[in-house]
Each structure stands twice: as C-alpha cells, then as structure tokens.
Design a binder for this molecule. Structure first.
Ligand SMILES: [Zn+2]
Length: 252
C-alpha cells in the first residue's frame, strides 16, 4: 500500500470521493489533504472526518500570506486543538512567484511554526527559490518537518539530513531535468515520502495532464527503481514514514 502524503483533493478535476476510490483501487490506501487557506483547510477537515483513509492538514500557502491576520492564526489554532488535523501546512516561502511580499511570507511562516511548537503538530513546508531563508526560520521548529515537493540537490539534501527533516518527492522528480533524481541515494530512507501535489505536477508518463492521488504509483516506482528497491519494499518503507510523520493510524 502507498500513501499520497500531499494532495489537494478539493481542487481535482473529479469529486474527492471518486479520486479517493480510484486511488484505493490503484493501491493508494491513505491520502493526506493539504490546506492552502482557512476556507479550504476547514473544508478539508470536514472531508477527512467524513471519508475513510483521508487525513487533513491545515495551513496558509505563502501565496496567500498577504491575507494573513491574527484571526487566521486563531482559526488554525482552533482546528489544531479540535484534533481534526494531522499537521499544519502548507506554509513556507515562495520567492519564485512572489504573490505576497517576502516580509508577509516570513511573518506568517514564523507564526505558524510557533503555533506548531505550541500544539505539537508536524509542519508541511513549501519552499521555492527560498531554501536558505526557509531553513533559517525552521531553526526555531521543535516538531517534525517535511520539505514537500523537494527539488534540491546535494547541498539541500545534506542540510535536510542534518536536521532530520522528511523529504516529500513529487511527480517532478520523474522529469528529465530533475537534479534531485541524481542524488536520491543521499536521502535518509527513513525520512522519505512520496506525494502527488495533485492536481499539479503529474509524474511521467502523464506529465502535462491533470494529476490525481492514484498517480503517486508512478513516482513511487520511479524512485524505487533508482534506489534499487523492490516496489513493495519501497511502498512499505514510505508508508511507514508517512505514518510516523503524520502519526496516521495505519498498520504497516
Ligand atoms: Zn501542495
């Protein structure tokens, strides 16, 4: 069984129920839905409560950092204490698109990391062209961290390894230009997860098409082969890692 450890069920070109069902048929037995703002985090929490094998994470994407307010932080804190979410995220820094100013992004990110320390929930990190600043702010984190949609090379893998962070590998690791794909053996296997980030970043051979949680199987078999592991062994390893990171009630 595989886990899609990072997906956006509310944005798919299919109903969440249908996507979850198709994923299960493809051997993807658990799905972690990620929030990007207060509304979709709340909706995701409802979805997880109503749907077997779906777990929910609440956060505010750095793109939405300029809307950040104390009210938002209170809303996240409420969701965290309700027990309905398994982590906070996605949060972080995105200097590639810069939809919000760097200062607004940093302020939000710091607030959510402090909240995570308080409520003891792991944090799902989005970082794009902002690795050093991201790692700087994360120095304050006292909870497990995953660098989602990881696209770093040797240096970034080494830093993540030193801090004992998890690494989430997405469909883009299967693309020809992926730097990460050349250094997979440097990643601590106990800290490795796979994800789709659906509806974005469809793995090869589906690149360019809308993505779905079931497609994590392609990323998994690509990485397993690169690491010289059997598909089943790789599935067990990454499912166990996802269970450990998000504290999912899975038997692996
Ligand atoms: Zn995402």
């Amino acid at each position: 069984m595989l886990v899609d450890s990072h997906t956006h069920l509310l944005r798919l070109k299919a109903s969440p129920e249908e996507a979850v069902h198709e994923a299960a048929e493809a051997g993807v037995g658990a799905i972690v839905n990620i929030g990007t703002n207060i509304e979709d985090s709340r909706e995701g929490m409802r979805l997880a409560a109503a749907t077997a094998n779906v777990y929910s994470v609440a956060g505010i994407h750095p793109h939405n950092a300029s809307d950040h307010s104390t009210g938002n932080l209170e809303a996240l804190s409420e969701m965290a204490s309700s027990g309905g979410i398994v982590a906070l995220g996605e949060v972080g820094l995105d200097y590639y698109r810069n939809h919000s100013s760097a200062d607004a992004q940093k302020a939000l990110f710091e607030d959510v990391v402090s909240l995570a320390n308080e409520v003891r929930l792991p944090v799902v990190i989005h970082t794009r062209e902002a690795f050093d600043d991201t790692m700087d702010i994360l120095r304050c984190a006292r909870v497990p961290i995953v660098l989602h949609c990881f696209e770093g090379g040797e240096k970034e893998i080494e830093e993540a390894r030193e801090r004992d962070y998890f690494i989430g590998l997405t469909g883009n690791v299967t693309y020809k230009k992926s730097e990460t794909a050349n250094h997979l053996h440097l990643i601590n296997p106990e800290r490795l997860m796979v994800e789709t980030d659906a509806p974005y970043l469809s793995p090869e051979p589906l690149r360019g098409k809308p993505n779905f949680p079931k497609n994590v199987v392609h990323t998994a078999s690509f990485v397993a082969e690169k690491l010289g592991m059997g598909e089943e062994e790789f599935a067990t390893l990454t499912t166990r890692n996802a269970r450990n990171f998000y504290r999912l009630p899975l038997e692996v």
